[in-house]
Design a protein around this ligand. Structure first.
Ligand SMILES: Nc1ncnc2c1ncn2[C@@H]1O[C@H](COP(=O)(O)OP(=O)(O)OP(=O)(O)O)[C@@H](O)[C@H]1O
Length: 245
């Protein structure tokens, strides 16, 4: 579905990302892990067409992304960030807004908003403004907004890392069920490897801007080749997780 070819991204004369060949298949659910500053968010920004690489090519369904088709392709994707980034309008309108920008008709918008508010358990909040929501509720709104767009790919960049443990567990369960229901192609960045089994067993580890591993999480935890700093990152999780896999 998305292919990166010979991608290099340079910021302040420093190479932040270097990806020779990367392929995200249709329906694939990929978790992305890596040490702080390794380039996880940058990888998502390049895949989601939010940041053009310094050199190299991005293909979406075989079509090369250019400055001309970039916006049209970006509208087929949705991104959920760590901060919900809601507008100061009602929950209903926050979920509806992106669809309005995409020219979807009012009846269909109404149907989708109601459906996704229900799926994320926030129908009762429909007339509330974001300032009156808890962090977990606000992130549910941001998830409903993304799913309502019926995107071909959903990117999530540490969406739950600002939330407390119980809220994170609830949201992971809920997100896992919704992803299973839609079959959406997904990239999920996390710094907490414990979150991954709720969503997928498919992981990419990034280190120093390069993809050090892409494959099954259990194989990675069992010691399959990755860079020493990715192995160090896994160390604290190994004991607690191996029995779960
Ligand atoms: N605007 C910028 N200008 C220069 N360097 C930047 C900029 N934004 C990020 N970087 C650098 O790019 C590298 C990759 O950053 P990125 O945010 O992709 O890493 P990350 O793996 O998502 O990190 P974290 O786990 O801390 O969120 C880091 O070294 C960071 O300092």
């Amino acid at each position: 579905m998305i292919r990166l070819k010979d991608i290099v991204l340079v910021r302040d004369k420093k190479t932040i990302l270097q990806v020779k060949d990367f392929h995200l298949a249709e329906g694939e659910r990929l978790a992305v892990i890596g040490p702080n500053g390794s380039g996880k968010s940058t990888l998502v920004k390049v895949l989601a067409l939010l940041e053009p690489p310094t050199s190299g090519e991005v293909f979406f369904r075989g079509e090369k992304v250019t400055s001309k088709n970039n916006l049209a392709i970006r509208r087929r994707m949705a991104v959920v960030f760590q901060e919900p980034l809601l507008l100061n309008i009602t929950v209903f309108n926050n979920v509806a807004q992106g669809m309005r920008f995409r020219g979807i008709d009012a009846e269909e918008i109404q149907r989708r908003v109601e459906y996704w508010l229900d799926r994320f358990g926030i129908t009762a909040l429909r007339n509330r403004k974001p300032l009156n929501l808890s962090g977990g509720e606000a992130q549910r709104v941001s998830l409903a907004r993304a799913f309502a767009l019926e995107p071909e790919v959903i990117f999530m960049d540490e969406p739950f890392s600002a939330l407390d443990f119980y809220t994170r567990m609830e949201l992971l369960e809920s997100l896992g069920a919704r992803l299973a229901e839609t079959g959406a192609t997904t990239v999920f960045v996390t710094h907490d490897i414990n979150e991954i089994p709720y969503l997928t067993d498919n992981v990419a580890a990034i280190d120093g801007g390069m993809i050090a591993y892409k494959g099954r999480l259990d194989s990675l935890l069992a010691g399959e080749v990755a860079t020493p700093s990715v192995q160090r990152l896994l160390q604290p999780f190994k004991k607690s997780m191996l029995h779960l896999l």
